[in-house]
Design a protein around this ligand. Structure first.
Ligand code: FES
Length: 252
């Protein structure tokens, strides 16, 4: 259930160029959030809340980690928060990645691009606990934007791609799909062009994709996040029906 909560800032760290990891204390969110869900944070002086991906939850410590990029004034202000300050957040929002039908030793490919990587990390930790074999392809703009490489390496085989070739493979995440070992399904989160390319390349595979879209209300009231589907209804809302969808359910 989505609740309006007060989250206490524990720390804010710049982990790569323009990329921040914020630790927040909140018992309800840390207990109930599942991989793929997000928070809708209110930043004073801004009308619209900002959708922010959850990268991990620690129930014991009541800590939720979120990662964001400073792409506008709102997120820039967010990066300036100090330990002890408070944020008003709605969450956890959306449907997470379906994982219940996976069995130990099943093999999964996870693909993330840019700020779509935090939910992939949260998902990876949950899958690892279930004994799932993991491989990752992670795409960044360039070397300076790479984050969490060590953390992913601890969970499975990790391939890094950068647009400019300054680190890892030069090109697109889809270039490396032929290099990975066989897998049972895939999960992907990232910018729309990346999701389109992944869906096309892996059309023969079962997969789930999560959308990183700018949102309005975040709770299904404004239609700012509508996506075409082929389920007979014709459309779904990313905030309310997603952000995770079966790849074959959406038209992108
Ligand atoms: Fe308003 Fe999704 S953001 S309906």
């Amino acid at each position: 259930m989505i609740k309006k909560e007060i989250l206490k800032v524990m720390s804010v760290k710049e982990i790569a160029t323009d990329s921040y990891e914020m630790s927040l204390e909140n018992e309800y969110i840390s207990t109930h959030a599942v991989p793929g869900q997000f928070l809708h944070l209110s930043i004073p002086g801004h009308t619209l809340r900002r959708p922010i991906s959850i990268a991990s939850c620690n129930q014991m410590d009541k800590v939720v980690k979120v990662l964001f990029k400073t792409i506008g004034t709102g997120t820039k202000e967010l990066s300036g928060y100090q330990s002890g300050e408070q944020l008003d957040g709605l969450g956890p929002i959306g449907h997470g990645f379906p994982i219940e039908d996976l069995k130990p030793n099943d093999s999964v490919l996870l693909i993330g691009g840019g700020i779509g990587i935090p939910p992939i990390y949260f998902l990876a930790t949950a899958l690892k606990e279930r004994g799932i074999k993991l491989q990752f392809i992670l795409g960044f703009q360039s070397k300076d934007f790479v984050f969490y490489e060590k953390e992913f390496n601890m969970l499975g085989e990790t391939y890094i791609v950068t647009n400019d070739g300054s680190y890892g493979h030069r090109g697109l995440v889809t270039d490396l799909i032929p290099n990975v070992s066989s897998f049972d399904r895939y999960y992907a989160c990232g910018p729309l062009p990346m999701l389109k390319a992944v869906k096309k390349t892996l059309a023969h595979k079962k997969g789930y994709i999560s959308f990183e879209e700018r949102m309005g209300c975040g709770v299904g009231a404004c239609f700012a996040c509508v996506l075409k589907t082929n389920d007979g209804i014709g459309y779904k809302k990313i905030c309310q029906d997603g952000p995770v969808f079966a790849a074959d359910e959406v038209i992108i």
